[in-house]
Design a protein. Structure first.
Lengths: 201, 201
């Protein structure tokens, strides 16, 4: 199996963390890519017309994206338990994944505003609103941090990747002071081997 | 069941189209909302900290988001066939859904650039890159338009909603001239009752 890789993409990381949890990461070859929101990588586009990473190649020759599809495929391939098969637990896990992905989507838009967009065209209110999405999400998680304790699934792993990205790009955001329950959960959960890994080409 | 509704959200539409296909739309109450990327709706946030629509309430009291989770829940509830249960057909359907969602994500970012962002802060290259994502996706679909014919699933329905949104907001984009196979498919597929519906509060 192969994946178009970028070391700082939280969505690529999410796939590799899931693969590690499932014992599959050693079977996935990392391929170079240059995804960019404006200067689009034509080599990615040849396989995934959205031009985004992660883009994944199965051993059967299927091309899969985005991270949600890839992670579910890997879970299925390994016969894993990262996504409950049905019932309320499935919808809860997938909604927690949506929350983590939504935090990441917002953080990435704030990041593009900071580094991709020409300085004269940056809009403070847009950036603030994106980070407010992250903040209100953390507020919700703080209220529910007790229920995070026991879970190792695609929801909690996505969330851990979202927090990883905040630490990577938005250190000044300082979320831990305001959301101490989430911070405690993260400190413990990130002891997992999968979350301590770093991948490179 | 209830859904936080907005008449021009393509993701809300996708859920209602899927519900209609599954014979469930009559059981879903539409609730008003005022989602906005910058002026965030605190009433939505109370239920979904990302502040986005669709946000969905099951009869058991679960809150589900985003559209992918909601559509799969509805398919499961109805015992439907909009998402194959496993195997390559499942990953193909879900990847097609990702493509349609990715086209929509890009189109929405272009739309925000056009109408939400103050005129002096608009970045032409960003808008162009977003619409180029749509264009390269349509190019891929054009090459694969033959394989679209037979399918009625979450992939093809998402795609139809993406094209609906292009017609709603980007009429000048004029994609049909460049992608005539997709245009033919859409003309036929949009005859389905679900895709001809319009919902309002």
């Amino acid at each position: 199996m192969k994946i178009l890789f970028s070391p700082f993409s939280p969505y690529v990381r999410k796939c590799l963390v899931a693969a590690h949890e499932l014992g599959l990461d050693g079977r996935i070859t990392l391929l170079p890519s240059n995804a960019h929101p404006v200067n689009r990588d034509r080599d990615i586009i040849a396989n995934n017309p959205l031009g985004k990473v992660p883009t994944f190649f199965t051993d059967d020759g299927q091309v899969l994206y985005d991270s949600r599809v890839i992670c579910e495929y890997l879970n299925d391939l390994a016969g894993g338990t990262l996504v409950p098969k049905t019932g309320p637990a499935r919808w809860e896990t997938l909604t927690l994944q949506s929350l983590g992905d939504g935090m990441l989507d917002a953080a990435l838009l704030a990041r593009y505003e900071d580094v991709a967009r020409p300085e004269a065209l940056r809009w403070k209110d847009w950036r603030a609103a994106q980070l407010d999405k992250v903040e209100t999400s953390l507020g919700w998680l703080e209220q529910h941090s007790g229920s995070l304790e026991a879970r190792v699934d695609l929801g909690s792993l996505t969330l851990a990747c979202a927090l990883w990205y905040l630490d990577l790009r938005f250190q000044e955001f300082g979320w831990r002071d305001r959301h101490q329950g989430v911070a405690r959960w993260q400190a413990q959960f990130s002891q997992r081997r999968s979350l301590g890994m770093s991948w490179s080409l």
